[in-house]
Design a binder for this molecule. Structure first.
Ligand SMILES: Nc1ncnc2c1ncn2[C@@H]1O[C@H](COP(=O)(O)OP(=O)(O)O)[C@@H](O)[C@H]1O
Ligand SMILES: [Mg+2]
Length: 261
């Protein structure tokens, strides 16, 4: 591929220093993510997918620590930036949908405030009326009805699945260059799942680079262009979706494939 990757991760290591042992959750991961493509990071439970996405945003908490590697976003190594500089990039250039939406929304802010915050930092100069129209639009695009009621709700008044959809809506609104979606449909019903996957495909066609984190190879087959298979914090297989599905290099990929086909 001639084009430069938008996001390029090199030899990233994130370890958890527990009393009795060191858990090498991410252990030397390298991957490249391109504009207008969906890159899937697939692996079983506990393989390091969520720690990987949190690491990109430098949101790994104690006793976890990023101990090495580089995270290049459009030619800037995020690991060399201050927290203040990172704040400007998070949500704007690189948007995120976390696996646990209840903990990623602020409990004291209404949905409307969450969305307003996205616009405030990234699309200055939008009037109140226009903003409201945009909020209703993104909420209905992720399959939420009664949008006016939801705008006035606090996260605890919504179900986990609804919170997840609000996170997706925030990602859509941010119009980021890169979207990292950690199991974005895991707690949703099939219809909503399909709607969100369709949205991701639309964003990809608009040129967004998407990292789709999932344990579901069916979703990978349907959605992904490029695939990385992660096991015990290490990439064990990678390539285009055709390469990985047609000629899996690792037994682990084969076992994942056998489980669905
Ligand atoms: N806060 C934590 N403290 C200790 N170990 C953790 C913590 N968070 C994650 N881990 C460990 O890191 C590994 C990867 O976890 P995770 O990235 O959440 O997996 P998944 O692929 O299911 O998203 C697992 O072994 C998990 O137990
Ligand atoms: Mg996870």
């Amino acid at each position: 591929m001639a084009e430069q990757p938008v996001l390029s991760i090199r030899n990233l290591k994130t370890y958890f220093y527990l009393e009795e042992q060191i858990v090498k959750a991410v252990d030397g991961v390298s991957l490249d993510v391109y504009k207008g493509r969906i890159t899937a990071l697939v692996g079983g439970s506990g393989s390091g997918k969520s720690v990987m996405s949190l690491s990109i945003f430098n949101l790994v908490d104690q006793p976890g620590k990023i101990i090495g590697g580089e995270i290049w976003l459009n030619g800037v190594n995020l690991r060399t930036l201050s927290e203040k500089q990172l704040l400007k990039i998070r949500g704007k250039e690189i948007a995120m949908i976390f696996q646990d939406p209840t903990s990623s929304l602020n409990p004291v802010l209404k949905v409307k405030k969450h969305l307003a915050e996205v616009i405030r930092t990234h699309q200055k100069g939008i009037g109140k009326k226009e903003a409201l129209r945009m909020f209703r639009d993104v909420l209905s695009r992720v399959g939420l009805k009664n949008t006016d009621q939801i705008l006035e709700s606090y996260p605890f008044e919504l179900s986990g699945g609804m919170c997840q959809r609000v996170m997706v809506a925030m990602g859509l609104l941010a119009q980021a260059h890169v979207l990292i979606a950690d199991e974005p449909t895991s707690s949703l019903d099939l219809t909503t799942q399909a709607a969100i996957l369709e949205e991701l495909t639309r964003l990809k066609k608009e040129g967004m680079a998407i990292v789709l984190i999932t344990h579901d190879l069916g979703v990978v087959a349907q959605m992904a262009d490029d695939v990385y298979v992660i096991k015990d914090g290490k990439i064990v297989d990678s390539g285009t979706v055709y390469q990985v599905f047609e000629a899996p290099k690792h037994d682990y990929t084969r076992s994942l494939l056998e489980a669905i086909f």
